[in-house]
Design a protein around this ligand. Sequence first.
Ligand code: SRM
Ligand code: SF4
Length: 589
Amino acid sequence: MVSDNTSGTPEVDLSQLSKNESIKDASHYLRGTILEGLADTSTGALAADDTQLTKFHGIYQQDDRDVRSARRKAKQEPAYSFMIRVRVPGGVCTPQQWLDMDRLATTYGNDTLKLTTRQAFQLHGVIKSELKKTIQEINAGLMDTIAACGDVNRNVMCNPNPYQSEVHAEALKLAQDISDHLTPRTRAYHEIWLTDEAGEKVQVTEDPAEVEPIYGKHYLPRKFKIVVAVPPSNDVDIYANDLGYIAILGDDGKIVGYNVTVGGGMGMNHGNEATYPRLAEVLGFCTPEQAVDVAEKVVTVQRDYGDRKERKHARLKYTIDDHGLDWFRDQVEERLGYKLGAERPFTFDSNGDRYGWVEDANGNSHLGLFIQNGRVRDVEGQPTLTGLREIAKIHTGDFRLSANQNLVIANVTPEQKPKIEALLEQYHLKDTYETSGLRRSSMACVALPTCGLSLAESERYLPDLITELEEVIDEAGLRQDDIVIRMTGCPNGCARPYIAEIALVGRAPRKYNLYLGGGFHGQRLSKLYKVSVKSDEIVATLRPILLSYAQERTEGERFGDFVIRKGIVAETHEGRDFHKDFKDEPASV
Ligand code: SRM
Ligand code: SF4
């Protein structure tokens, strides 16, 4: 057990732990030398250790990889800028907050607004000298960036479409309560970003139990992700999260409690079988009143037992696989002082978004809009940024970011609906979801040029690949079939590829590992089908499989189920067998 005195256990030898533990230890609760670095005008970058700490403040230092080698040759420093991730618990923001984000993206960012796979906003391309005022303006709009990244609990997700209004309102409230409860308490964020240049030093104590009663001085071993889901929709991909709550409804249609899930995660490394994606499992059942306490106790067990030596092995999924689910439950129940209930039955039917208009019991309407890869911007013939700005100016309801990088224009009154309809027509916003089922069910992570970890294109490539694949699906008669396809530029899994029916995971420039067989509602991991498929071979590789699916599927059979039934890939039963049963020579179709 590694601890930091929050739970009364002895301090450990930091030299035995990963470097990030020493950085956190020396940071004085996430301050480091960030203030000094911001004042240094000789470079566009921050000190290396501080770039680890700014993540806890929702800020990533990046450089434009499109110009990296040209600048190296010209002996210039990389084109540094910062990505700012703005937390949006449950994905809900007001029209004014949307307008604020739009203004910041066009004033300080790269003229695009990025909706992430965790219902947050990202601004890309903010330079160091404008970081502080950008963060201040975000906070002035009653949003913040603290804990959007870093070794803490991240943005808490919840189903975005409020068509079952009362149930969704309750689930959303839980997401927001958990988010508030697990937000770091250090004053560092306030001091660094929200005060004048001199900074306001108000730290009064060094006692971890007082400054950070839940996290302690060393925060968590690694990032931590929580989600609340209301069946039958799993549009938040609960099984990919460290901790999840599945709402269970009573006979009166009200939430009686939640099945608690633990141990999901996607990240892995090519060629390292000790790393693997894993699906969350049900730990037990809790009442609505217990749910926040359960979150705190799950987090503290991971705080104390997660691996702080090897960051690649530090997520909750490995803690659970190393110790067992029963051990983990015992730990949580001991801290709770009561037992969790037995799992209750539930059914999910899809992890996709619902597009178009849907009306709720109160007569309000909600519109699900497809935003390709979550990138809101203006391009020729598709002025999405401007169109949504015009809608935000008149909208009296709210906006909801989806975990599939899409958007719900929610709570539109009957009076407002015709006006919004007119703007949707004017700015071609409906065209976006009147497209193929494959495109509507697609997701790509950011990757190049901003992501420092990317091995291949993703967001900039998947739309064109889908255009090519649409020829095949038209030939096969599959245009309206929702087949979940996801792409990432590296194996970290930011678009949750390992639960997609088709996934392409970057290995090198223009080369992707092809995975097949994920479950349609996110309930099953996929399996590697072919290694290092070149970009120009992807369509030819998938074509026979898609054609045979069209001809040989059984009634209602999903693509992911079909490839397993036909023996095209073996079924993956759990994270630990993700790398097993890969056939070097894929089955011919
Ligand atoms: Fe992610 C790291 C983008 C959701 C797993 N992710 C990154 C970084 C910050 C790269 C870095 O560390 O330098 C990427 C920034 C790219 C850029 O330029 O914007 C990045 N991740 C994203 C986003 C923006 C993808 C998107 O296109 O929407 C998503 C932001 C979510 C948010 O709002 O918080 C995003 N990342 C995810 C998800 C999906 C999810 O949470 O549901 C996962 C898989 C689930 C999981 O955590 O297991 C994910 N990101 C990772 C990992 C691998 C973690 C692991 O356990 O191994 C990394 C790398 C790391 O942490 O070392 C990573
Ligand atoms: Fe970057 Fe990899 Fe995440 Fe894509 S999956 S955003 S390439 S870290």
